[in-house]
Design a protein around this ligand. Structure first.
Ligand code: NAG
Ligand code: NAG
Ligand code: NAG
Ligand code: NAG
Length: 429
């Protein structure tokens, strides 16, 4: 495996040749994702170290690496920090090197003559410039897919302050960034049986697990018949935002929003990225529970949505600050794709490529007989104008194809009478 990986690194053209002629059988790895009931964070679990221990990680699509809080008693006989100026440091695009200065004794995360990259926590909007690069054993994947034990998985070791606001029991972040060589898809994709492609299917329930599929697919769920949900997706390209130095974020072009078939009048300037400062545009995030819209976009969406609601639906005072539009659900019928409310379409790079958001993803029941539009309006001064978040993504498959720099949108799995948690017909039948 070691030699093979190296070989494939050196000869990317041969790699393509091998994959296409199917010399190496392709597999799919399944990474179960749970939704934490109190924080609404999406959490996964892997095994790491010697002896192997289970660790819980917060899923961060734009994360540069897998990092763990090493102040929480990291013990492993196979931990190897990256020695300054080694090939590992250059492979990882390390920006700095140094000694352990702030702890009384050396420990994982604080060694002498080691190199660093940046560590980040989007929940607290915080960075750390001395995230120690290291290698250790990683066991990843669960049934019904393969489980891979990686002898020298590259990750980073950070201090506790970066781990603030992670859900109870979670000790790190699983990064799925597209540029960083240390991100999970970029490292696992070096295995000739996998590739740098993954599908994220988040469950809307805190009681049943969703999944991230890693590999070329097919991605199966059951209804109870086996369905390949990686087919018939609407693809759009990933836009690189050069305005941000560290951006691993998945930006896409949203060119307009349609509600009940009508274009919502929007300030178009906000929909594209400002080339000078990287502000504006649309990104996809696994770290926020509800889609955030720039206030001017939110206000236009709100007006169009209210206008399209049936006349016998009455608005009510929002019971919580987060949401700005709430209404009585007494006269709202339910359908197989959730409450029968106006359809919201996000038009992508061209009008025929759109992602449709049904009731199950556009509104949320906040108490008996009260529903709210599940979008959050915010002054996004230095931020993207639209950040597509958890509630809108749940029970929809999104495929991230890194080599082709494109993202595929599926529609609600409820249309196919299935869900993201039906990926394992044995456990969750
Ligand atoms: C190691 O790399 C740093 C820059 O990252 C450089 O300043 C230093 O001279 C190098 N040391 C050796 C021994 O090559
Ligand atoms: C690690 O580096 C620090 C600071 O350069 C030095 O004081 C300490 O002796 C070193 N420790 C070891 C074990 O080499
Ligand atoms: C549209 O948004 C841009 C960027 O925030 C702003 O400078 C401009 O004034 C807005 N245009 C209108 C008509 O509101
Ligand atoms: C409310 O209005 C909708 C559409 O106008 C209609 O289909 C529905 O039957 C009405 N519901 C009630 C309870 O009147």
């Amino acid at each position: 495996m070691e030699t093979l990986t190296f070989f494939f690194l050196l000869f990317p053209l041969l790699n393509i040749f091998f994959l296409c002629s199917c010399e190496v059988p392709q597999t799919t790895l399944y990474l179960p994702i749970t939704k934490d009931a109190s924080t609404l964070q999406y959490i996964t679990e892997v095994g790491q170290r010697t002896p192997l221990v289970p660790i819980k990680l917060f899923v961060h699509l734009a994360g540069r690496s897998l990092w763990v809080d090493c102040d929480k008693g990291y013990k492993s006989s196979t931990y190897k920090p990256a020695v300054c100026n080694s090939t590992l440091c250059s492979f990882a695009n390390s920006h700095a090197c140094g000694d352990c200065l702030f702890k009384s004794q050396l420990q994982p995360g604080c060694n002498n003559n080691t190199c660093y990259i940046w560590g980040e926590n989007p929940l607290i909007n915080s960075y750390m410039d001395r995230a120690e690069i290291a290698e250790d054993i990683l066991a990843i994947g669960s049934t019904p897919g393969v489980r891979i034990t990686w002898q020298r998985f590259i990750f980073t070791c950070v201090e506790s302050y970066l781990a603030r606001r992670l859900a109870n029991g979670v000790t790190g972040i699983a990064g799925f960034g597209h540029e960083s060589p240390l991100s999970i898809p970029n490292q696992l994709g070096l295995d000739p049986t996998l590739n740098k492609k993954f599908g994220m299917c988040l469950s809307s329930s805190t009681r049943s697990r969703g999944v991230i599929f890693i590999g070329s697919g097919p991605y199966y769920v059951y209804n109870p018949k086996k369905v390949d949900i990686s087919k018939n997706l609407v693809y759009t390209k990933v836009i690189t935002n050069r305005g941000f130095l560290l951006s691993e974020e998945y930006y896409i072009q949203v060119s307009s929003i349609r509600i009940a078939g009508q274009d919502v009048p929007l300030n178009r300037t906000l929909l594209s990225i400002d080339k000078n400062n990287g502000v504006g545009g649309t990104k996809i995030s696994s770290t926020i529970p509800f889609t955030i819209l720039h206030t001017s976009i939110y206000d236009a969406v709100k007006i169009a949505f209210i206008k399209a609601l049936p006349k016998n639906v009455t608005l009510v005072e929002p019971p919580m600050k987060r949401f700005g539009v709430c209404f009585s659900s007494k006269n709202i019928r339910s359908t197989k794709v959730g409450p029968d409310v106006p359809l919201i379409d996000f038009l992508l790079h061209k009008p025929s490529a759109f992602w449709r958001i049904y009731g199950a993803n556009s509104v949320v029941q906040v108490k008996k007989d009260v529903m709210c539009l599940a979008f959050v309006g915010r002054e996004q001064t230095w931020e993207p104008s639209i950040v597509i978040g958890g509630h809108q993504l749940e029970e929809n498959l999104l495929v991230f194809d890194l080599p082709k720099k494109k993202i595929g949108f599926g529609s609600s799995l409820k249309l196919k009478q299935t869900s993201c948690s039906m990926y394992d017909n044995i456990i969750q039948a």
